[in-house]
Design a protein around this ligand. Structure first.
Ligand code: GLC
Length: 740
């Protein structure tokens, strides 16, 4: 449809029709089998409003959506097509590692491929928009939604968000297999006080701009079609009614002219925030902030008409919102092809197909972080006749896909047990449960029930210990319940439930050859796991190909390639924690017996596993950092016009092939405001054969040193600086030069 036709259409729509076009209704109100991603009983929507609503979320299936589209278009006075939206954040039916596991892969190109694959499956199922990527910066893993982020570094998050947008959207969202993407949650949601979901976020404008906004900006520069508001207040103003944040920053400064959708019920929540006295005032705040779509609240439907009639709100604002929504539908080609890519045949062909399975298997391996490997107990030798016992609640579990995916069936999921039983090895493998996941009953938001049976504990433990006595090695598959991470899953403790730790403790008394695999969606407290295990591998929630990916790595078909995307503390009490903190005027040296220094007197102020950390099955040796280029060719001076090349050699000093993520960090030695100790500005994954050496070079530009300075100017500042190249954020391998 041409722009002129769109304008004609809007001019021909009644005010009621226009206001309802801004309403987004959950699929559950059209089909009881659809997903539930928020409350429903407060939403007293009428049949007329449902028919006129502009968009629907959380319902999928080609046949179902084609039928629903026909029904609703028939009832729309201008036969305007619906746009169907869904949270496809780590796969539709072929499921891959959670976004934080993708962060661990340090592989944006892979995330782009994964998003492409997910888009094809979602589009075949009739979806037009995905509520992904989540670009929230996360520094507090008590917050359950860190799982949906790609971690604590804004540079990595920005690369990942842009890659996912390109993967979902391709070069034209109208084309087959493409979805429109929605970056969320704007803005600063990851900074919730105390890690408590939905809580207030207090950020100076400088921190907001230097750290929290950058990844959203990368998604916008990558052409993301929608932005979603965040539930939190930012410095006491709810994002959904925050005109400065949405019009001045998002639209005017960042140049975003797409659809701004509220999060689920967020307009109405402004009443609970006690910033709006009623739905009408909430509607006024949101429309003035430029929010186009009201997801699952009726504030626009109940409030906008009166606001227009009273002159408080110009109908022009509503027309602008309607236009942005109709432009999105037009860019998706829905006026010409309301079904877009919905196809039962394509669903059958694509969902869980071998190509998609292979991709998600690769993604899982790329995400696994080998944290410990004492005595090189890993990889197992598939040719020897050793006996290996697999035990723990995740040893034979298909719910290995995090809390934001809703596969039609778990049938196709390869559990650890499935994978091991398929794997060709001379080793003898045995399985037992060993422990229950939790030590109490719990019913979760999606109806999942966990029933704890106290009388089972001793029986399971004794069986496991007897088996562990007779086996050469034990693989413990422990972790968080999938619903202990994700939305509304903030925790004060980051420990693995004692029910499971008791299994590890008991087994470690009779067998020291323990490999512990940790299934979780966030950094977990692992000190005791580390002390009782020879090897520890963090596997996140790997998705459909869990069992095959884990056997690939356990038996050395490939090496684990993940690196820590979010700091692993010794204890949750260290939260919030992140590698690029300010050093303060009294920096500590990571030991305890210091006085009058930053940090704690009862805990070394370091991470158990720092950002960027991860082991391989081999060892790597780094050379010193060498500089070249710059103003004089010797790498000693960097200017706007002349970049510096920083290089080092990396050698595989081990006996097997290995993959290393070589990381580039930069730091100002001083500035007009304090500067982070170091900041990630580049990385390269390399695979080296035993004995092989490679020179890795990075082009260091002046832009890498830009920040909002004392005058809130976004600039680099002249002065001494450093560039580091190493295997994680604790590296001290650097060279110094000067910005001129
Ligand atoms: C939820 C989440 C958001 C999600 C939306 C739709 O409350 O905050 O991330 O996209 O509702 O399911």
């Amino acid at each position: 449809m041409t722009k002129e036709k769109l304008t004609e259409l809007i001019n021909d729509m009644s005010l009621e029709e226009k206001i309802c076009q801004l309403l987004q209704v959950a699929g559950n109100f059209y089909d009881k089998e659809s997903l539930v991603t928020g409350g429903l009983d407060y939403f007293k929507v009428t049949d007329r409003e449902k028919e006129l609503a502009g968009s629907i979320l959380s319902i999928s299936g080609a046949e179902k959506l084609k039928k629903l589209q026909d029904e609703l278009m028939e009832k729309q006075p201008h036969h305007i097509p619906q746009v169907f939206m869904l949270d496809i954040i780590n796969g539709y039916e072929t499921i891959y590692t959670v976004p934080l596991g993708q962060g661990a892969s340090f592989n944006p190109e892979l995330s782009e491929k994964l998003a492409r694959m997910a888009a094809k499956e979602g589009a075949a199922a009739g979806i037009h928009v995905t509520f992904s990527p989540m670009a929230d910066l996360c520094r507090d893993s008590r917050w359950g939604r860190v799982m949906e982020s790609t971690g604590e570094d804004s540079y990595l998050n920005g690369l990942m968000a842009a890659a996912m947008v390109k993967g979902y959207q391709g070069d034209d969202i109208k084309k087959k297999g493409n979805l429109a993407a929605c970056v969320k949650h704007f803005a600063g949601y990851g900074g919730a006080e105390g890690g408590r979901d939905y809580d207030n976020v207090e950020l100076s404008e400088r921190t907001l701009r230097n750290e929290y906004l950058t990844a959203y900006k990368e998604a916008i520069d990558a052409g993301v079609k929608l932005v979603m508001t965040s539930f939190n207040t930012l410095n006491q103003v709810p994002s959904t009614g925050n005109k400065w944040l949405m019009r001045d920053i998002l639209r005017d400064e960042m140049g975003f002219d797409g659809v701004l959708i509220s999060d689920y019920g967020a307009l109405k929540e402004m009443i609970a925030h006690n910033i709006a006295k009623d739905e009408e005032q909430a509607a006024e705040l949101a429309i003035n902030a430029g929010v186009d779509m009201d997801m699952m609240s009726l504030c626009y439907v109940h409030g906008l008409k009166a606001l227009v009639e009273s002159g408080k709100v110009s109908e022009k604002l509503i027309d602008e919102a309607v236009e942005r929504i109709l432009v999105l539908k037009n860019e998706l080609g829905l006026f010409e092809n309301p079904y877009k890519d919905a196809s039962v045949e394509d669903e059958e062909r694509l969902l869980l197909c071998e190509e998609h399975r292979n991709l998600v298997r690769e993604a899982a391996v790329e995400s696994f972080i080998l944290l410990e490997n004492e005595d090189n107990i890993l990889p197992f030798n598939k040719d020897d006749s050793q006996t290996i016992a697999f035990m723990g609640p995740y040893a034979d579990e298909k719910r290995v896909y995090g809390s934001w995916v809703f596969p039609k069936s778990e049938e196709g999921i390869v559990s650890v047990k499935d994978g091991v039983e398929r794997f060709k090895t001379n080793n003898k493998t045995v399985f037992c449960k060993g422990s229950q996941l939790l030590s109490y009953n719990r019913t979760f938001k999606d109806g999942t029930e966990v029933k704890y049976n106290p009388s089972l504990k001793e029986k399971l433990l004794n069986e496991a210990v007897e088996i562990a006595k007779k086996t050469d090695k034990v693989v413990l598959c422990l972790g968080e319940h999938p619903h202990f991470t994700g939305e509304a899953a903030s925790r004060v403790s980051l420990s693995i439930p004692d029910e499971q730790m008791d299994l590890l403790r008991a087994v470690s008394k009779v067998n020291k050859n323990i490999v512990t695999l940790v299934f979780a969606g966030r950094p977990i407290e692992l000190l005791e796991v580390k002390n009782l295990s020879k090897a520890v591998m963090f596997v996140w929630f790997p998705g459909t190909e869990t069992g095959n990916a884990i056997t690939d790595v356990l038996w050395g078909e490939t090496d684990p390639k993940g690196r820590v995307p979010m700091s692993f503390p010794y204890t949750a009490a260290q939260m919030p924690c992140y590698y690029n903190r300010f050093v303060t005027g009294r920096p500590n040296d990571g030991t305890l017996n210091q006085h009058f220094v930053n940090g704690y007197i009862d805990q070394i102020d370091k991470m158990l596993y720092p950002f960027g950390y991860g082991k391989s099955y081999t060892e790597f040796e780094y050379g010193t950092v060498k500089l070249s280029g710059g103003v004089n060719g010797d790498g000693k001076q960097l200017s706007k016009e002349k970049t510096v090349i920083a290089s080092t050699t990396v050698k595989n000093t081990g006996t097997v092939v290995g993959t290393e993520t070589v990381q580039l960090y930069v730091s100002d030695l001083y500035g007009s405001v304090v500067r982070p100790r170091i900041q990630l500005k580049g990385f390269e994954k390399i695979t080296l054969n035993p004995g092989e050496t490679k020179t890795v070079s990075f082009e260091v530009s002046e832009e890498m040193f830009r920040f909002y300075n004392i005058n809130m100017e976004y600039v680099s500042e002249p002065g001494d600086c450093r560039v580091y190249i190493g295997s994680d954020s604790d590296t001290n391998n650097y060279a110094e030069f000067e910005i001129v």
